[in-house]
Write a protein that binds this ligand. Structure first.
Ligand code: FES
Length: 109
């Protein structure tokens, strides 16, 4: 069963948003970003210590919107593939999440 997150046009170019779905042990925290017109989604969990990336709501990206930044220790990740390019978990990557876009709506399985 898929879960609708939002309308795809609610993720503006150069921004990212978080979504929490489920609860208890089934809870999932997902971050979705749009870059160059493409949508990318990851588990919102830094591969360094497993903390959420953001401190402030939906503040995931660096100033020019080119990289995710972990607010805990400053690791930076490519938006396109979640690969960590600098910081304490350099060489690791965010865990990607498969999303569907149908009828203008974004959903996850
Ligand atoms: S928890 Fe993300 S860089 Fe340390």
């Amino acid at each position: 069963m898929s879960i609708i997150l939002c309308r795809v046009d609610e993720i503006a170019e150069g921004t990212a948003r978080s979504f929490v779905i489920g609860g208890g042990t089934a809870r999932r925290d997902i971050v979705v970003a749009r870059k160059d017109g493409h949508i990318f989604a990851y588990e919102n969990s830094c591969p360094h210590e497993g903390t959420p990336l953001e401190t402030f709501p939906d503040k995931f990206l660096n100033q020019d919107g080119s990289l995710f930044v972990c607010s805990t220790h400053g690791a930076r990740f490519r938006i396109e593939d979640g690969f960590c390019v600098s910081g304490p978990c350099e060489g690791k990557a965010l865990m990607s999440v498969a999303v569907l876009i149908e009828h203008g709506r974004l959903s996850v399985e």
